[in-house]
Ligand binder design. Structure first.
Ligand code: PLP
Length: 437
C-alpha cells in the first residue's frame, strides 16, 4: 500500500476516517464520502465562495447535481482553483445554465436510437449497453448530463436482462460496449453476472467497458476486480483522462494493474476550453498515457449537450492540436479526432488535409513539416471487378470465417456488385418535381 500524500491526509482529516491509509484506499469509502454540496466542498477544500456566487451555484446544482470523490478533490490546486483543470471538471459553473439555441438534451439521439431500454444500436455490428446511470464523480462536461442522478433512469436487473436479450437476438452484434454512468460503480458480483451472460452469447466477440474510475477513483481497480475481469477476455477498457495532471501515482498504479491483467487500454479525451485546449497539454497527456500503456483512442469535439457551451472550442482548435501531434510524435500516441454527429450519425473523424492534389498517375501530398511530395501511382493495376462471388476470386479469404454484410452508404456507392449511382436526401425538391410528372 502506498503512503498517502500530505494533501490527502489533510483531506481525509475532514472526514470520519479512522484508519487513514486503509480507508483512503477503499473505493467504497470514497463513494460514501463523495462531496455533494457547496458547503461541504467549501469545508473540505477551504475554498470560499461569495454569497451571490453560492446562490448561483445552488441553482446550477438543482439542474445538474454535484458529486466528487475525496480522491479527485484532493488533486485540486486550491491556491489557483479558478484555473485548475481538476476543479473545472468537477465543480459546477453557473455557465451551465446558459442554454444556447443549438443545445440539445440528447444531441446524439441515444434515446431515439434505442431498440431496447438502455441499448443504443447505432452501428451495424456493435451496441452500447448502459448498465448504470451513476458515477463516482459527475463530470461537468458529461454528454449524458440529462441523466445524471436521475432516479428514473437507473437500469435495474430487468432492464439489463432486456438489453441482454436484444443482443442475444441480434447475431450481427459482435462488440458490446458497457457504458453508463460508470459500469465500475456496479459491484464485482453484478458486473461478473453481466459479463458472464454476455460471454455466453456466441456472436459476441469482444466486450468493452468505458470507465473513468482510473481517473477519479483509482482505488476501484483492486485485486478482486481484476481477478474477476480476467475471466472474461477478450475484454477491452477505455478510460477518460483529459489532463496530464490526472496521471497521479494512484492512477498509474490502477492502469498498471489493468494492463497486467491483460486488458488493452484506450483513452477517450474530450477537448475542453480552459482545461486542455492547448497542443502542449495534449502532447504531454498522450505521452503520459502511452508511458502507462494506454493508447490514446479518441479526441472528442465537445458535444452539443445542454450546459456545456462554456467548454466548447471551435473545431479549428482540434485540427490545430492534430497538426501538432501527427508526425511530431509516435503514431500510436495520436488519437483520432472525432465529432459525434448531432442526430445520431455516429462519430465522424476529422483530420488536417494531407492530400493536396492528384492527376491520373500522381498524387501530391504534404507532410507535417510542410514538405510537398509526390507519389507516383502504379502504371498498371488491374482493377478486379468484384461481384462478391468469392469462389471465383484468387485472393485468399477463408470463407467459413467471413461475415456476410450488406453494403450501405458510401461503401455501397463504391462497390461493383451494387448498381446504385447516387444517394439523395429524402426531401430533395428536384426528386419531388420528378415524381410529379
Ligand atoms: C462510440 C459508440 C460506439 C463505439 O464506437 P467505436 O468507434 O467502435 O469505438 C458504439 N455505439 C455507440 C452508440 C457509440 O456512441
Amino acid at each position: 500500500m502506498q503512503a498517502i500524500s500530505e494533501r490527502q491526509t489533510q483531506i481525509a482529516m475532514k472526514f470520519d476516517c479512522k484508519d487513514k491509509p486503509k480507508e483512503w484506499y477503499d473505493w467504497k469509502w470514497h463513494i460514501k464520502n463523495s462531496i455533494k454540496s457547496i458547503s461541504r466542498f467549501e469545508a473540505v477544500t477551504g475554498i470560499r465562495f461569495e454569497a451571490t456566487e453560492r446562490e448561483k451555484l445552488a441553482v446550477t446544482l438543482e439542474k445538474f447535481p454535484l458529486s466528487v470523490t475525496p480522491y479527485y478533490l484532493s488533486l485540486i490546486d486550491t491556491a489557483n482553483f479558478a484555473n485548475d483543470p481538476i476543479f473545472k471538471q468537477a465543480f459546477p459553473s453557473p455557465e451551465e445554465l446558459k442554454v444556447s439555441r443549438h443545445d440539445m438534451s440528447d444531441p446524439l439521439h441515444e434515446d431515439k436510437d434505442s431498440p431496447a431500454p438502455g441499448v443504443t444500436h447505432r452501428y451495424p455490428d456493435r451496441v452500447l449497453l448502459q448498465v448504470s446511470n451513476i458515477c463516482s464523480m459527475y463530470c461537468r462536461h458529461c454528454t449524458r448530463k440529462r441523466k445524471v442522478g436521475d432516479q428514473d433512469s437507473i437500469p435495474g436487473r430487468e432492464q439489463i436482462e432486456a438489453g441482454l436479450d436484444y443482443i442475444r437476438n441480434n447475431p450481427l452484434v459482435r462488440d458490446v460496449l458497457l457504458s453508463g454512468g460508470d459500469p465500475l460503480m456496479l459491484s464485482d458480483a453484478h458486473l461478473d453476472w453481466i459479463l458472464t451472460e454476455l460471454r455466453q452469447i456466441k456472436h459476441v466477440q469482444v466486450i468493452r467497458i468505458g470507465t473513468r474510475m482510473p481517473v477519479v477513483l483509482p482505488y476501484r481497480i483492486n485485486d478482486e476486480l481484476t481477478t474477476m475481469l480476467k475471466k472474461h477476455h477478450p475484454l477491452w477498457i477505455n478510460t477518460h483522462f483529459n489532463h496530464p495532471r490526472e496521471l497521479t501515482s494512484s492512477s498509474r498504479r490502477a492502469l498498471r494493474q489493468l494492463a497486467d491483467a491483460g486488458i488493452p487500454l484506450g483513452n477517450q479525451t474530450v477537448l475542453l476550453a480552459g482545461v486542455n485546449d492547448c497542443p502542449r497539454i495534449m502532447r504531454s497527456l498522450v505521452h503520459k498515457l502511452t508511458e502507462n500503456r494506454v493508447r490514446p483512442y479518441y479526441l472528442y469535439q465537445c458535444d452539443l449537450s445542454e450546459g456545456l457551451s462554456h467548454f466548447r472550442t471551435p473545431v479549428g482548435k482540434g485540427i490545430e492540436i492534430m497538426e501538432n501531434l501527427i508526425g511530431h510524435t509516435s503514431g500510436f500516441a495520436v488519437p483520432t479526432y472525432v465529432i459525434d454527429a448531432p442526430g445520431g450519425g455516429g462519430k465522424i473523424p476529422v483530420m488536417p488535409n494531407y492530400l493536396i492534389s492528384l492527376s491520373t498517375n500522381k498524387v501530391v501530398l504534404r507532410n507535417y513539416e510542410g514538405v510537398i511530395t509526390t507519389y507516383k501511382e502504379p502504371d498498371s493495376y488491374e482493377p478486379i471487378f468484384c461481384d462478391r462471388n468469392c469462389d471465383d476470386c484468387h485472393l485468399d479469404l477463408p470463407l467459413a470465417d467471413a461475415e456476410e454484410c450488406e453494403a450501405t452508404g458510401i461503401q455501397m456507392l463504391l462497390c461493383d456488385h451494387d448498381t446504385t449511382i447516387s444517394l439523395t436526401p429524402a426531401n430533395n425538391p428536384r426528386m419531388d418535381r420528378r415524381n410529379n410528372d
